[in-house]
Design a protein around this ligand. Structure first.
Ligand SMILES: [Mg+2]
Length: 214
């Protein structure tokens, strides 16, 4: 899982192990919410300003919106062709390429397996060769499944976990993982804590991580 597997005298060994950085995709590597807001207008007939999104879930910051309506917007977003033409966030390709020199990069996303082919195609187009592995954990953003991402990070023995949803970073400190939280409208009240360091750009991430390699 964390290196090249070799067999010697019937025993499996992992070699060339590098520390792992787990990286969320939506709203970390690519601006997903921009398209979600646009498709909200198409599906529900109204939209909102980014600053209004004080919580992660549409059904949480807009009373009266059901989870089913929210997932209808999610579905429409992932089926919208312009969503798949979005460029990576500023600085992400360059910083990820630099981190790749010293780390194994594992993307982890709650996107469903139905989106796997399109996601892989997007990654190949815009971030070719960056990720060593891409995990589709298919939690679909369902409440009650917030621990699954951190559990995957623990299972992989990740050294870092880059996310925009602070709920997914709960438990990082206890697991020995350094969480990095991207500043977004829905985490404005979150300040640096034991589970994460908050950043405002990809450029800020590089020195945080690379100082540990020096
Ligand atoms: Mg995200």
């Amino acid at each position: 899982m964390t290196g090249t597997r070799v067999r010697f005298s019937g025993v499996c060994y992992y070699i060339n192990m590098q520390p792992i950085i787990m990286v969320d995709i939506d709203d970390v590597v690519v601006d997903y919410c921009k398209h979600f807001r646009r498709l909200c207008k198409n599906v529900l007939g109204w939209t909102y300003e980014p600053r209004e999104q004080v919580k992660y879930r549409l059904s949480e910051f807009r009373p009266g919106v059901t989870l089913e309506q929210e997932f209808a917007v999610v579905d429409a977003t992932y089926h919208d062709k312009d969503c798949w033409l979005e460029q990576p966030e500023k600085g992400a390709p360059e910083v990820l390429q630099q981190l790749k020199q010293s780390y194994r990069l594992v993307a982890v996303t709650a996107r469903t397996p139905v989106m796997k082919n399109k996601t892989m195609e997007w990654l190949t187009t815009y971030l070719p060769g960056v990720f060593d592995e891409v995990l589709f954990i298919s939690i679909g953003g369902r409440p009650g499944k917030v621990l699954e991402k951190i559990n995957v990070a623990k299972k992989y023995g990740a050294a870092y976990f880059i996310e925009d949803n602070p709920d997914y970073l709960v438990g990082c400190a206890e697991a020995g993982i350094q969480g990095i939280l991207f500043d977004k409208p829905w985490n404005q009240k979150m300040k640096n804590g034991s589970d994460f360091t908050k950043v405002y750009s990809w450029a800020e991430i590089l020195p945080i991580i690379m100082k540990d390699r020096n």
